[in-house]
Design a protein around this ligand. Sequence first.
Ligand SMILES: [Zn+2]
Length: 334
Amino acid sequence: MPAPAHSPAAATPTGAAGDVTPPPVAARTGGFTLPGPVAAFDVGGTDIKAGLVHPDGSISHRSTTPTPRDPARPAAAVVDRTTQLAAAMPGAVALGVVVPGLVDDVRGVGVYSANLGWRDAPFGELLAAATDLPVGFNHDVTAAAIAETTFGAAAGIADAAVVAIGTGIAAGLIVDGRPHRARGYAGELGHTVVDPSGPLCPCGARGCLEAIASAAALARRYTEVSGRPAAGAREVLAARAAGDETAARIWQEGIRALAAGLRQLSALLAPEIVVIGGGLMRAGDDLFTPLRREAERTFTVHPVPPIVAATTGPDAGLLGSALIGAGALTGDAA
Ligand SMILES: [Zn+2]
């Protein structure tokens, strides 16, 4: 097995061969630092997490409030809530907001969120009109990737993929130290096809990775095949642990699909590390051990990168959002 160039244990940046004086981590990951406290918001399908993130990484003024739902003005309702909360955070030098769905961070537009109901919502304009602070706006999984490459499991690594596995599957891609966004279309790992004759995906295609291996898909497929309801991947794992062969098979198919997805990701972008986040990460060794084994078995050309759990935890989105807000201060498009 080829030795991994950057294991998470070796978090000290060593640089590429011959790079004797590596730049500091922040420089390698795009120069993100906090010049002062940043009012940060991680807008989710259910809740908005808010906090004032300080330069030392600590977070004050924390709150979690239900994401406002206003079918007539879904994005404006979110902007109203975030800017109200930001106004109560003293000393903030910038505002960072990250949202799910398709996001064009360059234009500052929430292109589409099936869950929250907006299309082509001009978040950048709305936020700028509602606050005097410089505003950074981006995608939630990209924010998590920025946090992981700045503070977390991929700190100091210039080419990293942070794969969030929950209801769906999406990847935050850091390429050459920069988030790779491509107008919001990059990183949709969940819609790569891993089995052309596999189950239908809500996107309309057959055999997408997230139709087989997302936490939601594992539960849905187990329920369909066994006739026994599973609310989430946790129930599938519990059934597997109790000797349920259907659960074991569905889980193994998920592992195989994930390894196939990571193989495609490696073939195209060859990340030095794959960081797994999202709800499925909590499966721990039941996920990581067979996934690493399956990757070792199936990768033919590329070395298997270290596949590790995210370490910034539930704060990943907030920390990333703060770094994105700080990027707005320096004109460093996050
Ligand atoms: Zn799909």
